[in-house]
Design a protein around this ligand. Structure first.
Ligand code: ADP
Length: 516
């Protein structure tokens, strides 16, 4: 923002009207714009429209009158330091000018009678200093604009990631349902088809993982992730992570050595998230180590902390990349990515999740070709009791009348077939209105309801079903691509009993249908 002519004027309040006239003529003659005032209040008001400096006689700066000016100066933005030129009475320093000098900041005292050259040079120096301040104002405004643009681009990126994850989930659901149907209907009895099916299953699993990572990272960056903490035995977490990563480790014929502290170590954490942390580190160790490598995972106690190390003898990390591997979308060398692929967000997730558990993670490597080590530190719990909650046993699916509502025909039909194979009686509706008719005619025990549908969305359908007391017994399950905490809150408010994210884990769905 360039300074306007108002920004460069000098506001004058001289001892007398005559002095004001003479000073104005002098300054105007030197090409300096001015404005004269007869009260300090009006002068201070005019400061808001812009000024290079104030030229004021000391007799106007009495304690009673100078308060508004002091206040205005105190409230200046950080770039501003308005020059004040005070015309003092001849002779010894007066208490007013001494006080003004002390309290008004950027003050120059000009003793009367002031020589013309002194007045002009003081005015010009003030304008130059003020022009510099305007330059700083320009830079700050520019920086603020850039920051806002960056923030908005960042927000759009987060929204894009959430939408992308959601959109990718939709086609994945019918594909994995159809695969499940093929399996259950004996299509895989033929060994060649079984082999092809296994490939499809692995790849779908991998795609699901990528989509989960995408959604997870967008949830974390928007601060809408929850960790449900309980008291956990670290050994069981590490074992679960090894179990998760076992196929990748075996596939690449790595040798895994496990060395766990013999004493139980308890941490406060979310078992799913912490397992994810160590499985991610083990997967990376496998991915970034040549076939037949050596990988180790060890746990030990140090003071009040549990130290978990995941070490490999793989491709290593260059010193300059060590601090960046945790940044989002960071991949040291895209050409070295192994068959598992990735998006460069695994370690971002690891760091965020560990941070949410009050811990830290650090990467170490002697350099390329010399292997890597990732060290996680988690605070140990003082009260060392593991959660006593037992996993619920799964019962077989009893006979249920299930209404599936989904505007995606593939998604709805593949799920319907799958549930029929499992023994349920299923009806299908492809819109909100159709769903309400089906509730009256089919009389379901459970409605599996998509949320995002054109016309009447799932929330509205749920509200209308709940509005009829005759439907009180119906169990409403949201089955949607949107799985953020806010989405879950909205579905509870609309009357849903449960909220599942597509593609629904079939065992989880079976459990819900069993208790519904
Ligand atoms: P991705 O594995 O999907 O690329 P990550 O966030 O998990 O994303 O890892 C980021 C980058 O850090 C990887 O691309 C790789 O360059 C480097 N990296 C991670 N783990 C290791 C490891 N154990 N050894 C060498 N490099 C690694």
């Amino acid at each position: 923002m360039n300074p306007s002519s108002r920004d460069l004027r000098i506001l004058i309040m001289a001892p007398t009207a005559r002095d004001a006239g003479i000073t104005t003529d002098l300054l105007n003659g030197a090409g300096i714009e001015t404005a004269t005032f007869t009260t300090l209040d009006t002068l201070v008001n005019a400061l808001n429209d812009g000024a290079a400096a104030v030229l004021v006689a000391e007799e106007h700066l009495t304690a009673a009158h100078k308060a508004p000016l002091s206040m205005w100066l105190a409230r200046q933005p950080p770039w501003s330091d308005l020059p004040i030129l005070i015309l003092t009475r001849p002779g010894a320093d007066s208490p007013e000018s001494a006080e003004a000098w002390r309290t008004l900041g950027n003050v120059t005292l000009l003793e009367r009678p002031t020589r013309v050259t002194t007045l002009l040079s003081a005015a010009q120096t003030s304008i130059r200093a003020r022009s510099r301040q305007y330059q700083i104002r320009g830079h700050l405004t520019e920086r603020l604009k850039n920051e806002q643009a960056l923030r908005s681009a960042d927000r759009r990126k987060d929204e894009f990631l959430a939408t992308l994850g959601h959109e990718l989930r939709n086609p994945l659901a019918p594909i994995s349902n159809s695969l499940e149907i093929m399996k259950l209907s004996g299509a895989f009895d033929n060994p060649r088809i079984e082999q092809a099916g296994a490939v499809m299953e692995r790849q779908i699993h991998h795609l699901n993982r990528l989509v989960d990572d995408l959604l997870e990272v967008s949830r974390i960056t928007r601060g809408v992730i929850e960790v449900r903490k309980e008291s956990l035995d670290l050994t069981s977490i590490v074992k679960a992570a090894i179990e998760t990563s076992r196929p990748v480790l075996d596939n690449l014929r790595h040798e895994l050595s496990v060395e766990l502290d013999p004493d139980a170590m308890f941490v406060g954490g979310d078992p799913v998230r912490l397992t994810q942390v160590f499985a991610n580190l083990l997967n990376n160790a496998a991915k970034y180590t040549n076939h037949g490598g050596r990988i180790s995972i060890t746990t030990r106690r140090e003071g009040g902390e549990a130290i978990i190390s995941v070490k490999d003898n793989g491709i290593g990390i260059a010193p300059n990349a060590l601090s960046q591997v945790f940044d989002m979308f960071m991949q040291v060398d895209r050409s070295t990515r192994r068959s598992q692929g990735g998006l460069g967000i695994g370690l971002t997730l690891v760091r965020s999740l560990v941070g949410m558990h009050g811990g830290s993670v650090e990467a170490r490597s002697e350099g390329p070709g010399l292997g890597s080590e990732f060290i996680v530190r988690l605070p140990l719990l003082i009260d060392q009791r593991a959660s006593t909650e037992q996993p619920r046993r799964m019962k077989p699916l009893p006979s249920r009348r299930i209404l599936i509502v989904d505007d995606s025909r593939d998604g709805g039909e593949s799920l319907a077939t799958l549930l029929r194979v499992l023994g349920a009686e299923v009806a299908l509706a492809h819109s909100g209105r159709h769903a309400l008719d089906c509730v009256d005619t089919f009389k379901p025990d459970v409605v599996l309801l998509d949320i995002g549908m054109p016309g009447m969305d799932g929330y509205e359908v749920a509200r209308r079903i709940r509005a009829n007391p005759a439907n009180r017994h119906i169990s409403l399950i949201a089955l949607t691509g949107w799985g953020q905490d806010e989405d879950r809150r909205r579905s509870v408010a609309a009357g849903f009993d449960h909220h599942l994210v597509k593609p629904a884990d079939i065992e989880q769905l079976r459990q819900l249908l069993t208790v519904a």
